[in-house]
Design a binder for this molecule. Structure first.
Ligand SMILES: [Ca+2]
Ligand SMILES: [Ca+2]
Length: 211
């Protein structure tokens, strides 16, 4: 008698597989160190897509193994979202910021709007990690971050969300100051009482005077 033993490897679903179980992420202050730097606490192995869930526009080949995070937009109105940290086993992440009415426990993804997304920003050493640059958000509003892997890539990763200066994207200052250049981010930082690090001498010279 021939006994055939078939073994299968299965992964438990991540706790944040569904958007209604999104992991809340604390938004770091401008210029701070990533809150999971050197650690890779998140994992999309075993995750799947929900009914009606959509890939973001920038995904090369969308991965269906999505996990979700949420954050409350900071008062200065700009955030960056990044998985661009070497060391996790998911070496080809893809991430997007979405906004919408979540309507748990049966989320209606038709109400969702893509705010920003990123596929690859760092292709060193075979990694294809993701980073959304400074993106305008409405202070106090809850947003959702969808994270997956290109073409089904899975594994561990770090995800960091931080308040940002609009300077990175050449956005106009929305703090009521006269806009004279990209250095207006410095004006915004001054107004909200934040010390803005790493300004070049050129940036300092272009600082907008108070009117
Ligand atoms: Ca999912
Ligand atoms: Ca990628």
């Amino acid at each position: 008698m021939l006994c055939l033993i078939i073994s299968t490897i299965t992964f438990a679903q991540p706790t944040n597989n569904d958007i209604c179980n999104a992991i809340p992420i604390f938004v770091n202050p401008i210029g701070s160190s990533p809150n999971c730097f050197g650690q890779f606490p998140y994992d999309n192995a075993g995750a799947n897509d929900e009914v009606g869930e959509m890939p973001a526009s920038c995904y090369g080949i969308p991965g269906a193994q999505t996990v979700w995070f949420s954050f409350v937009a900071p008062f200065n109105g700009y955030v960056t979202v990044s998985t661009n940290f070497f060391g996790g086993t998911n070496i080809d992440t893809q991430i997007a910021i979405w906004e919408g009415t979540i309507n748990c426990p049966t989320p209606n993804f038709n109400s969702f709007t893509e705010i920003a997304c990123s596929e690859d920003v760092n292709t060193v050493s075979g990694n294809f990690l993701s980073e959304i640059p400074a993106t305008a958000v409405i202070p106090g509003v809850t947003y959702y971050v969808q994270a997956a892997g290109w073409n089904g890539r899975t594994g561990t990763f770090c995800l960091d969300i931080a308040a940002a200066s609009p300077c990175n994207n050449n956005f106009a200052c929305e703090m009521g100051e006269t806009v004279c250049s990209c250095s207006d981010c410095f004006c915004a930082a001054q107004i909200v009482g934040i010390e803005w690090p790493a300004l070049s001498p050129t940036d300092t010279a272009l600082y907008c005077p108070e009117e």
